[in-house]
Every structure is written in structure tokens, then in C-alpha cells.
Design a protein around this ligand. Structure first.
Ligand SMILES: [Cu+2]
Length: 251
């Protein structure tokens, strides 16, 4: 009897450890031919226990999306101190080495996010919102938040003033997303705090393993002075490019 009890306790502890180390995948963007279209997170809502890791993978070529933390009541504007991946560009005909980004859940409170891309139409207003641990129904559910985002059709999604791939509310993030596309002379919007992003992306395809230390990561304030103007320029440049790319398809 005692052996059985101990065994059960060990098994229980083991399964708890497994649960806390679960990984969930969310696809960022999709192909035109994907059911639901380009402007979506797949899946759009997940239930992820504290300690689990969400791996965002940018897909759909060409594409250029962000994962930017927001709130259920203001789903298309950045949350103060929230996470922001910055723009990750997927060149046309990309079939491998898609950018990834790992975010670890540290609280079971609902987490909401959106895509800040403005072209060819504002992605958030097109319904590109996602949630983690949102209630299944009613206020704050993914469905209610998407409906609110899509009702804001004359209000463009907010642009983060400085990228923040290494912070977040109710999450921890230790590495910037990568790899960052630079081939063929085509590049999306510069990642805010680009040097950190480049180094994280350069050594391997895994965004999770190459950051030297979370404490060594540049703070948003360290790059804030010149970044917002450059980011604004880059955003409009990328918007023009993406508009050109998608214009024939969608406008
Ligand atoms: Cu998008």
C-alpha cells in the first residue's frame, strides 16, 4: 500500500513537471489559401498553464507580422510594458527557417495580443488577434475580443513606440525572435533593438537558445532615443512593400 502511494505521488509529480514544461505552438500569419486567410494566429486561443512555453512561428510568404501584447478592452493598441516581437518579414517563396519566438507563461491571467501591421489593411482590424488563457465565453473571450477589434475598422492598430521583445506582462521572454530575413536585399521592418535581435538570430535558427543572459539584454530605454523615428520610417517602408506585394491579391 505504501509503495503504491509513493509511486502515485512520484507519478503525479512527474506529470506535473511535464505539464509545466509543455510547449504550445502558435502560427503567426498564414497563406492566402489558408482557411481564414492571411491575417490570423493559428490557433487563435490556447489554454497554457503557468510554466509552459508558447512558441510563435511566423508563416505565410510573403508576410510581415508582429505579436504585440494588448488587452481585451483595447485589443489593437500596445499594452504598457507588454511584449512586442517587432516586425518579422517572410520573403516570398520562403519554405523553411521561419522565424520563431518563445514566450513563457508566468501567470494564469488572460494574455491578449495582436498584429500591428497596417498594410495592405490593418491586420488587427481584420481580426488578427490572439489570446492565451482567455475565458471560453463571454467578456474577454477570444471571440469577443476579435469582434471588438474588427469593429474598430476606422481606427488603425497602435504601433509600439519601441520594440520590446524581451519584456511582457504575465510572461517572461529571454530572447528576441529570429532568424531575421535579410536575403535578396529585401528586408522587413527592422526589429526594435536590432543588434540584440540580429545576434539572437545569427547563431542558429532557435530563438530560445542563443541569448546569453536575460539580464544582459538591452533595455528598451537603451535604444529608445533613435529607434522610434527609424521604426516609423521602417514601418512605412514595409507598409509600402507589403502593400505592393499584397495589393494585387487583396485590394
Ligand atoms: Cu499581421
Amino acid at each position: 500500500m505504501r509503495t503504491a502511494t509513493v509511486t502515485a505521488a512520484v507519478l503525479s509529480a512527474a506529470s506535473l513537471a511535464v505539464a509545466q514544461n509543455q510547449t504550445f505552438n502558435i502560427q503567426v500569419g498564414a497563406e492566402v489559401s489558408t482557411p481564414g486567410g492571411v491575417f490570423q494566429f493559428i490557433p487563435s486561443n490556447i489554454t497554457a498553464p503557468v510554466g509552459s512555453t508558447i512558441t510563435f512561428t511566423w508563416k505565410g510568404s510573403p508576410g510581415n507580422h508582429t505579436v504585440t501584447q494588448s488587452t481585451s478592452s483595447d485589443p489593437c493598441n500596445p499594452l504598457s510594458n507588454g511584449f512586442d516581437s517587432g516586425f518579422l518579414f517572410i520573403p516570398a517563396n520562403t519554405t523553411s527557417n521561419f522565424p520563431t519566438w518563445n514566450v513563457t507563461v508566468t501567470d494564469d491571467a488572460p494574455i491578449y495580443f495582436y498584429c500591428a501591421q497596417l498594410a495592405p489593411i490593418p491586420h488587427c482590424n481584420a481580426g488578427m488577434v490572439g489570446s492565451i488563457n482567455a475565458p471560453a465565453t463571454g467578456n474577454g473571450s477570444w471571440e469577443s475580443v476579435q469582434a471588438l477589434a474588427m469593429s474598430l475598422n476606422s481606427t488603425a492598430p497602435g504601433q509600439p513606440t519601441a520594440g520590446a521583445p524581451l519584456q511582457g506582462v504575465n510572461v517572461s521572454v529571454t530572447a528576441a525572435p529570429g532568424p531575421v530575413a535579410t536575403s535578396a536585399g529585401i528586408k522587413g521592418v527592422d526589429l526594435p533593438g536590432g543588434s540584440a535581435a540580429s545576434s539572437a538570430a545569427g547563431s542558429s535558427g532557435s530563438a530560445g537558445s542563443s541569448a546569453s543572459a536575460s539580464s544582459g539584454a538591452p533595455s528598451p530605454s537603451a535604444t529608445g532615443g533613435g529607434t522610434s523615428g527609424a521604426l516609423a520610417n521602417a514601418v512605412s517602408g514595409a507598409a509600402l512593400f507589403v502593400s505592393a506585394v499584397f495589393g494585387a491579391l487583396l485590394l
